[in-house]
Design a protein around this ligand. Structure first.
Ligand code: CTP
Ligand code: CA
Length: 221
């Protein structure tokens, strides 16, 4: 007799993923942004969906197709991303890959003109979406953050895990060509310590992380 196919490992789970940069308007035609392409976050959403999870992907402005089977919500600013994330809860796990702008700008209501006085940008801090989710009443069982660092990568990421009350932090060194590139060298930081993964294609990092998330949600890790 034929064996019934095993249920996919993440069947019945809802996983929230954030990805991409945010754009913070300066005036109606200009914005503040960063070099995130969204590729690592989109790859993670795709891997989780392939394992059978229902995936909600809250995406900043990126030029990427929606991975198969993923529910995508597009946002522009950090504050819009925060609202979309809260609206998408509850979830079994949250994987916050987005490079959220740390500040927004006191935006001018009309296009700023070159002939006017030299503009001064006044910045205000954005909400920390990851910390809010990790401390919230609806806290997912597993909260995973990313940490983009250019120096003392592991040290900063270990501190970030504690400060933000994340279960795991995936730390990457973005001093080279990671942002926008196809490969990523990461450290997985958990309560048990630090694992260093080789430089791998972003799709492979995504598959490994998705398997680890499935382990954790099934109680095997
Ligand atoms: N993050 C977030 N909301 C923010 C800023 C960051 O959810 N306003 C999340 C990111 O998605 C990532 C993690 O927090 O998962 C770490 O982001 P990072 O920019 O490395 O941390 P910060 O606390 O902003 O510290 P830094 O001063 O190094 O930028
Ligand atoms: Ca930041």
């Amino acid at each position: 007799a034929m064996l019934a196919p095993a249920a996919p490992r993440l069947a019945g789970r809802h996983i929230l993923v954030t990805a991409g940069p945010t754009h913070e308007p300066i005036d109606p035609v200009r914005y503040l942004a960063n070099r995130s392409s969204g590729r690592q976050g989109f790859a993670i959403a795709e891997s989780l969906a392939r394992l059978g999870a229902r995936v909600t992907l809250v995406a900043g402005p990126v030029a990427l197709p929606t991975p198969p089977g993923v529910d995508r919500i597009d946002v522009e600013t950090a504050r819009e991303m925060a609202a979309a994330v809260v609206a998408a809860l509850p979830a079994d796990a949250a994987v916050m890959v987005a490079a959220v702008a740390d500040w927004h700008v006191a935006a001018a209501p009309q296009k700023m003109k070159k002939g006017d006085a030299l503009p001064v940008l006044t910045l205000a801090e954005n909400p920390d979406i990851l910390a809010g989710v990790a401390r919230g009443a609806d806290r997912p069982r597993l909260v995973v953050g990313f940490a983009a660092e250019t120096e003392r990568v592991v040290e900063h990421a270990v501190a970030k895990r504690l400060r933000k009350q994340a279960d795991w932090i995936v730390a990457n060194d973005v001093s080279g060509d990671v942002m926008g590139g196809a490969a990523n060298a990461v450290h997985l930081i958990t309560a048990d310590g630090v694992e260093t993964w080789d430089r791998l294609p972003k799709a492979v990092v995504a598959d490994r992380l998705a398997e680890r998330i499935a382990d954790a949600l099934s109680g095997a890790a």
